[in-house]
Design a protein around this ligand. Structure first.
Ligand code: ZN
Length: 236
């Protein structure tokens, strides 16, 4: 288990030009998120849902990691066992910043991957930025079942939250960056973890920032140097 957890959300990747549904009022690039991001979306609106994720995946192709991705990735490389990189983001910017797929815990899934819908198979395939239909016509090569994005839809179980909880239990230093706190209860974390750092652009209704030991209301790219320096001092 890692001593230091870097928990990131959409705010981190927004600086790399990745739009999120939270700042779009329920519409994500003209798609109604309740129609294409819900647990029943594949059943009710299959074509539209697959098209939506195809477009999001394709958009990643020319996106670049920003300074915050790069510096946190380097920190992880310097302390592979002591630092955990956990993100709500489904993009591959930490991977583009030099981390392997295994070094990043993607709580809500990973866009460059698709997964078999057969619950007895659930094989995962990496397709990069391609359309799901460009991979074996959208069918699992192993069992023949249809494929789907390897994304956690609203109302679906998110198995990696267990991993998050485990890491949080043993963690001594939490950094929360670029998240509104609406999905993950970061207040509790700040309460019982010895050292806690919050880095968001501004205050959020869901986060009691006074609970954090240190608070930086500024872009992640601006705060990352001082945060990483403090972590290095802690780990020394
Ligand atoms: Zn399969």
């Amino acid at each position: 288990m890692a001593k230091v957890v870097i928990l990131s959300g959409a705010g981190l990747s927004a600086q790399s030009g990745i739009s999120t549904f939270r700042d779009s009022g329920g519409l994500w690039e003209q798609y109604d998120v309740s129609v294409v991001c819900n647990y029943d979306s594949l059943e009710k609106n299959e074509a539209l849902t697959l098209e939506f994720y195809d477009k999001r995946r394709k958009e990643l192709a020319d996106k670049e990691p920003n300074k915050a991705h790069l510096e946190y990735a380097k920190l992880k490389k310097r302390h592979p066992n002591e630092v955990a990189i956990i993100t709500q983001n489904v993009d591959d910017l930490f991977e583009k910043a030099g981390l392997s797929r295994k070094e990043v815990i993607h709580l809500h899934g990973y866009l460059p991957e698709i997964r078999c819908r057969n619950p007895y198979c659930e094989r995962v395939y990496e397709i990069g930025y391609k359309s799901i239909f460009d991979f074996n016509d959208g069918f699992c090569p192993q069992c023949g079942e249809k494929l789907r994005p390897n994304i956690v839809f609203f109302g679906e179980p998110a198995p990696l939250y267990e991993r998050l909880n485990e890491e949080i239990q043993s963690c001594e230093y939490i950094v929360v960056v670029g998240t509104s706190g609406n999905v993950i209860g970061v207040n509790t974390m700040a309460n019982f973890i010895e050292h806690s750092v919050l880095n968001n652009l501004e205050e959020s209704a869901a986060i009691e920032h006074q609970l954090f030991e240190k608070v930086y209301f500024m872009p992640a790219t601006q705060a990352v140097d001082i945060i990483v320096e403090e972590i290095e001092r802690f780990l020394r």
